[in-house]
Write a protein that binds this ligand. Structure first.
Ligand code: OSB
Ligand code: MG
Length: 369
């Protein structure tokens, strides 16, 4: 197949609730939606998960636009592409910028599987018909507010509760949650807010039977994570530190983590996500699919990836209605009893809602050969 047109759209969507992590608060979500079109005008869709500010990683919406426009789009326009796995190799000369790469690679996967008339999940090798999901809850104004949100999520059937922690909002908060919810699957995500010198505080978390602690230390540090993992009974899950299958291999061999959170954007696409999944499976590490407050297109990609067998832990792919008044896909993603039914239509399996997309678009540009 050949990509004849690429359309970049900058969308701005209001979030239903502010979302606060150790590095900042999201009130709305701005992101790039990528549409690729083949010779017949057929479309595939991908979503960049880069944020407006380089606080989670170094990429931003603007750097993604620049890298897509000046480097990645010229590499794919009018090239014969027989399989989406080839896109990873086409992008090989461009260093990092994984979220930009992933956004267009994902669109090509959607287009390819639509042309083949098969679901994206099946093309990736996924076999699950439904996936188990959890929910990620941001830092709140008070512990009472947090407990209320947790009880709603538990009542809705979410299979695992993740709460964000940061210095000053950690051990005491987790203790309160455990008092009210002694048996739920509970985990904490620090988004790199601690250092090796915080080891005594991190050790206190062992008391609460957490399913895991996600990314306690710096994003570029798998050495100190290995030190911390040696001293904790709670498994460490790496998020920000893993950008490639090579990073995963090194983290596993150092003992830096026992679980990996795969985010398609962070690792440069679905092809690399599959490789990390397979490597972890070989080494007996479970994986789960992380979230970046995605709109429907990104959410659909996450669902497809989660159908692979070694995604044995509930991910962060909650229902569309948890984030948006109206999502950009039809139907929206719904969760019943903590499960999402995997769509079986070709490609990502959801239709994009062009009307809604148009209303949310603040900038649009077409690139053609
Ligand atoms: O670290 O997983 C993270 C949101 C923004 C940035 C980083 C993270 C998150 C989440 C939310 O935890 C996951 C989601 O609900 O999409
Ligand atoms: Mg995380």
């Amino acid at each position: 197949m050949k990509i004849k047109n690429v359309i970049l759209r900058h969308l701005k969507m209001k979030m239903k609730f502010p979302f606060t992590t150790s590095f900042g608060t999201f009130l709305d979500k701005e992101f790039i939606l990528v549409e690729v079109q083949d010779e017949n005008g057929r479309s595939g869709w991908g979503e960049s998960v880069a944020f407006m500010s380089p606080l989670y990683n170094e990429e931003t919406l603007k750097t993604n636009w620049h890298i897509l426009e000046d480097f990645l789009i010229p590499l794919v326009l009018d090239k014969e592409i027989n399989h989406p796995d080839e896109v990873f190799d086409l992008f090989e000369p461009i260093r990092k910028n994984n979220m930009a790469k992933s956004a267009i690679e994902g669109a090509i996967w959607d287009l390819y599987t639509k042309r083949q008339n098969i679901p994206l999940a099946a093309a990736l090798g996924g076999e699950k018909k439904e996936i188990e999901v959890g929910i990620s809850i941001g830092i709140q104004k008070s512990v009472d507010d947090l407990l209320t949100i947790i009880s709603e999520a538990v009542a809705q059937g979410y299979r695992r509760i993740k709460v964000k922690i940061k210095p000053g909002w950690d051990v005491d908060v987790i203790r309160e949650i455990r008092k009210s919810f002694p048996t739920i699957q509970l985990m904490a995500d620090a988004n790199s807010a601690y250092r090796l010198s915080d080891i005594d505080l991190l050790k206190q978390l062992d008391e609460f039977d957490l399913t895991m602690i996600e990314q306690p230390l710096a994003s570029d540090d798998i050495v100190d994570h290995a030190q911390v993992q040696k001293q904790l009974t709670t498994p460490i899950c790496l998020d920000e530190s893993i950008h490639s299958v090579e990073d995963a291999r090194k983290a596993i061999s150092l003992g830096s983590c026992k679980i990996i959170n795969i985010k398609i954007g962070r690792v440069g696409g679905l092809t690399e996500s599959k490789r990390i999944h397979d490597l972890c499976q070989k080494h007996g590490l479970p994986v789960w699919c992380g979230g970046m407050l995605e709109a429907g297109v990104g959410r659909a990609h996450n669902i497809a990836l989660t159908t692979l067998a070694n995604f044995t832990m509930p991910g962060d792919t909650a229902a569309s209605s948890r984030y948006w008044e109206k999502d950009i896909i039809e139907p929206e993603v719904t969760v019943h009893d903590g499960l999402i039914t995997v769509p079986n239509a070709p490609g990502i399996g959801y239709d994009v809602d062009l009307n809604t997309i148009e209303k949310l678009t603040v900038r649009e540009q077409i690139f053609s050969k």
